[in-house]
Design a protein around this ligand. Structure first.
Ligand code: SDX
Length: 445
């Protein structure tokens, strides 16, 4: 475990490069304060401002935290300028080509690739925890049929805490982690079956992770569902590509909720809620709706691009742009290749793919997008593949949540084990009314 030797003392699970660094100096009026500088494993540099307010009374302001590091982390590294993404040091492209989702889940949570024996035991444990308590039938029945699967998933994951009430300890957490990973596909499939009025399909222990999910989604009591290996493999790849992405909105939500020592079920439920937003995980559904709209009404990608650039038009090129990537999202590159392969193998329609590729072609040569460094992100092509795999559009963001689950869990654990661990509690700059006396209702205007 590397320790960080900087102007500031501090060791953490995240580790980091050793070697003292020159400190930064804060200067304001006649105040001067030396601030330690921290350098990460990939030489990114941060000014440690933990002592700033106590020493000077001054805080920093950074809406959206675009310039603020919330923690040290050893889980995922992203270089947005170079389009680099690595889980525990392994490039996403290599994991996409050689790994499986459960192996990646083990890697993210435990920090190392599993041995064959570890993976076999882990896979067996996950398989044996895929069932939901029978009382969940009444839970789902209480929800409206037309409920979006994301609030259903968030509510169901939160409700798991009512069925597993053991106090959360380092001994009980491994079982909770297996339960979450195992039951998420079952919850997703049940939310889908509930929405179409079909009976729930029980998981099967003879199927692997993705095949089991597809079986629960598409089998019915009237007929079995033959899992196509092409579909199952493509789904496994999609889950790998979504498994983690450092301090994104939903992961930061999981960390913040977990920092109050709320349990893992509650933190994951909150993460699902954050992911639902169309600016975050909800973008994959918004991309398909955009492509179908263009196919139905605009007729031309060019017209839509014009709208997306118009400040007075609410249209956005969904699936484009990213807070971190100012280059091509490496996941989008893998997905673009996979799109073509899956559609060709399945022989499904490529109309939406054609529109997506035309939009990309126009945008990547348009000054508006080039000057703002807006490139396709993970959501731009994922929806096209989900659709080709037969996943309903309103399930796309639930698929994102299924993929992101191991990343959320890994960050929750890292946060809890961090020696710098504190409850998250940002400050603010108050801009409201100054002190004023209460006015009785009879004396108000
Ligand atoms: C995910 O953080 C993560 O890691 C997230 C994620 C993960 O794996 O967890 O990668 C998953 O959430 C991917 C992003 C999915 N969202 C979308 O595809 C929605 C469309 N994209 C945007 O709304 C936007 O690009 C964001 C939300 C992704 C990023 O927003 P930022 O960083 O706050 O950037 P911004 O809104 O300040 O945009 C900068 C400029 C603005 O124009 P100006 O004010 O400079 O004139 O770029 C414009 C924006 O209007 N812009 C877009 C655009 N995205 C940004 N204009 C048209 N279409 C777009 N998609």
């Amino acid at each position: 475990m590397a320790t960080q030797t900087t102007g500031a003392s501090g060791t953490s699970e995240a580790g980091g490069q050793t070697g003292a660094l020159p400190s930064a100096e804060f200067a304001y009026g006649d105040q001067r304060l030396a601030l330690p500088v921290v350098r990460g494993a990939e030489d990114e540099v941060a000014v440690d401002i933990q002592k700033l307010r106590a020493a000077t009374g001054v805080i920093t302001l950074d809406p959206g935290y675009g310039n603020t590091g919330a923690c040290r982390s050893a889980i995922t590294f992203i270089d947005g300028e170079k389009g680099i993404l690595r889980y525990r040091g392994y490039p996403i492209e290599e994991l996409a080509e050689h790994s499986t989702f459960l192996e990646v889940a083990w890697l993210l949570v435990n920090g190392e690739l599993p041995t064959r024996a570890e993976l076999s035991t882990f896979s067996m444990e996950v398989t044996r925890h895929t069932m939901l308590h029978e009382d969940f039938r009444r839970f789902f029945d209480a929800l409206p049929k037309d409920a979006h699967p994301m609030p259903v998933a968030a509510a169901t994951v939160g409700a798991l805490a009512t069925f597993y009430q053991d106090p959360e300890t380092s001994e009980s957490l491994p079982k909770t982690i297996v339960r979450l990973l195992a039951k998420m596909p079952t919850i997703a499939a049940c939310s889908f079956k509930h929405s179409i009025g079909q009976p729930f399909i029980y998981p099967r222990n003879d199927l692997d992770y993705c095949a089991n999910f597809l079986h629960m989604m598409f089998a019915t009591p009237c007929e079995e569902y033959e899992v196509d290996p092409v579909v199952s493999k493509a789904l496994d790849l999609l889950l790998i590509l979504h498994a983690d992405h450092e301090q994104n909105c939903s992961t930061s939500t999981v960390r913040l909720v977990g920092s109050s020592q709320a349990n893992l079920f509650a933190a994951i439920s909150a993460g699902i809620g954050a992911l639902w937003g169309p600016l975050h995980g909800g973008a994959n559904q918004a991309v398909i709706e955009m492509l179908e709209h263009i196919d139905r009404e605009e007729g031309s990608a060019d017209k839509f691009i014009t709208r997306a650039k118009d400040k007075n038009d609410t249209a956005r090129l969904m699936g484009f742009g990213h807070r971190i990537y100012k280059n091509y999202d490496p996941r989008a590159a893998v997905l673009k290749r996979t799109c073509t392969q899956v559609i060709n193998k399945l022989g499904t329609s490529s109309r939406l793919l054609e529109i997506a590729m035309r939009l990309e072609e126009i945008a990547l040569s348009d000054e508006y997008f080039v000057s703002r460094k807006l490139y396709p992100n993970v959501d731009f092509y994922s929806g096209v593949i989900y659709k080709a795999l037969g996943i309903p559009t309103n399930m796309f963001t639930v698929m994102f949540a299924m993929g992101r689950l191991p990343g959320w869990i890994a960050h929750f654990l890292e946060m809890r084990r961090d020696p710098d661990f504190r409850i998250g509690r940002p400050r603010q700059v108050y801009t409201g009314a100054k002190k004023r006396a209460y006015v009785g209702i009879d004396r108000r205007g």
